[in-house]
Design a protein around this ligand. Structure first.
Ligand code: SAH
Length: 248
């Protein structure tokens, strides 16, 4: 059982409010049960439930270990807002499982959904659930939507920017990743994926001007949610985030 908490000092931590109710009532935990507390500081605090009262659960911490669920590479995924909100939910959940650090929804020329369809609070809950389930040490953040120009500005803040462009016929994702993944200087990567309507040629050109590498994901057109998953998975694989890490 994993619970995200505030900062942990000392070897006793008291859960109250929603996290207490979740542990004590929803999960029906008992004194003596093992629990992992994640204050999102890069470590997991493994403890045992010492006491449960009506409004508090007290945990005694036995061990502090590096959080293995966090990739070394910081991946930001910028996605064009899909038309259906279920697809936004799916992207948030799957990106969390794949180890993405930040998600940035955006509007662009062919995005039909409005920025209002992105409910950041709801997505934060989806990410927290997914982060607990898959064993992450940090809940990834979903940013409020921005316009495409801001995505282009964001490109410059990363060591590598990959722009999935359905009209790219020459450069493949593999070429770019094989060239970059061995470079230890690359610590942060941004991936940009369009919505159902795809990108206008001038948008791809602008991203390339800002330093993004436009790539093909193959000769089939993937749905937006598939493209997000496939691209994030391929980046994580190529940066060697698909090997089992050991606790040190
Ligand atoms: N309406 C567009 C397809 C959009 S697919 C068309 O018919 O051409 C949604 C997004 O997924 C695209 O903008 C792109 O970012 C990504 N994508 C899907 N398939 C891709 C491919 N084969 N190569 C590169 N990007 C792809």
């Amino acid at each position: 059982m994993r619970i995200f908490t505030s900062a942990i000092k000392g070897n006793v931590y008291v859960l109250d409010g929603d996290s207490h109710r979740h542990v004590a009532y929803a999960l029906r935990s008992r004194v003596g049960d093992k629990i992992t507390l994640c204050p999102q500081d890069g470590f997991d605090y493994i403890g045992v439930i010492e006491k449960i009262t009506a409004d508090r659960t007290t945990v005694r911490i036995a061990e502090k270990t590096r959080s293995l669920g966090e990739p070394d590479i910081k991946l930001t995924v910028c996605f064009g807002i899909p038309h259906k909100s279920e697809k936004i939910d799916l992207i948030a959940q799957k990106m969390t499982e794949l180890g993405v650090a930040y998600m940035q929804p955006f509007t662009s020329k062919f995005v039909q959904a409005s920025a209002k369809s992105v409910r950041v609070d709801r997505l934060a809950r989806i990410c927290e659930e997914a982060a607990k389930q898959c064993g992450r040490g940090v809940i990834p953040a979903v940013m409020p939507p921005v316009a495409f120009d801001e995505v282009c500005a964001e490109i410059k803040n990363h060591d590598l920017a990959i722009f999935a462009y359905e009209e790219e016929k020459v450069v493949s994702l593999k070429t770019v990743l094989r060239e970059c993944a061995e470079k230890s200087s690359i610590r942060s990567v941004v991936a940009v994926v369009g919505a159902e309507g795809g990108f206008a040629p001038e948008e791809a050109a602008k991203a390339a001007d800002c330093g993004a590498r436009c790539v093909s994901l193959g000769s089939r057109i993937l749905r937006a949610e598939t493209a997000n998953m496939a691209l994030a998975a391929a980046i994580m694989y190529e940066f060697d985030e698909w090997s089992a890490k050991k606790r040190s």
